[in-house]
Design a protein around this ligand. Structure first.
Ligand SMILES: [Mg+2]
Length: 200
């Protein structure tokens, strides 16, 4: 028997193949330099030493894409059935995204199309964007009383762990989360396939 839990779920790279779509949109270039999916090891692109760009340029790169993303981003293939399975076990699903609230309409449209009847609330943090009032993932998780938090960005997981030590953490494997070490982060469950996720 499953107990009811509040599950905070990230959007980009957990539910949607956003980075691949963003790279394709920009023809695999940023500020005149080549950029590839596998060699981006930090989400904040200015932290990737092989790219010589500023924070403003990185934010602008994502913002340019976000104006058109709705027609080009594919959903993560396994995600819907796993979320539905847990929802049927009385879990409450809440979207907790770093996206700005200016993207709420198109984000919810995408969720309605690919993840219908899953989410009961939507939280927009406006982290790493040029518009909106910023709220951290920890603040948003605290607001909803998240029992579980699923994200692909180690920094957000560490932030939540710091402020909400009782929240179970799941890291979805992507090239950007190489900072994860099982011996250093035993409280984080790293998941890389549909069968692994929501193992708790
Ligand atoms: Mg993400």
């Amino acid at each position: 028997m499953w107990a009811s839990k509040v599950v905070a779920v990230d959007f980009d790279e957990v539910l949607a193949e956003s980075m691949r779509a963003c790279l394709a949109f920009h023809n695999y270039t940023i500020c005149g330099q080549d950029i590839e999916y596998e060699t981006i090891t930090y989400y904040h692109l200015e932290d990737n030493d092989h790219l010589n760009i500023t924070t403003d340029q990185a934010v602008q790169w994502f913002d340019d894409f976000n104006e058109q993303w709705q027609n080009t981003v594919d959903p993560v293939l396994w995600a819907y059935e796993k979320l539905l399975e847990r929802k049927q076990q009385w879990h409450t699903m809440i979207l907790v995204t770093a996206r700005p609230s200016s993207l709420e309409k198109q984000t919810r449209g995408r969720l309605d199309k690919h993840f219908p009847n899953i989410f009961s609330q939507y939280k927009f943090g406006s982290i790493y964007h040029s518009t909106g009032i910023t709220r951290s993932k920890a603040e948003m998780c605290a607001e909803i009383g998240a029992d579980l938090f699923i994200d692909d960005n180690m920094r957000y997981l560490l932030d939540v762990q710091n402020h909400l030590p009782n929240t179970q953490l799941f890291l979805y494997e992507r090239p950007r989360n190489h900072e994860y070490k099982s011996e250093l982060h035993p409280w984080i469950t790293k998941v890389s396939s549909r069968s692994d996720i929501f193992v708790a």
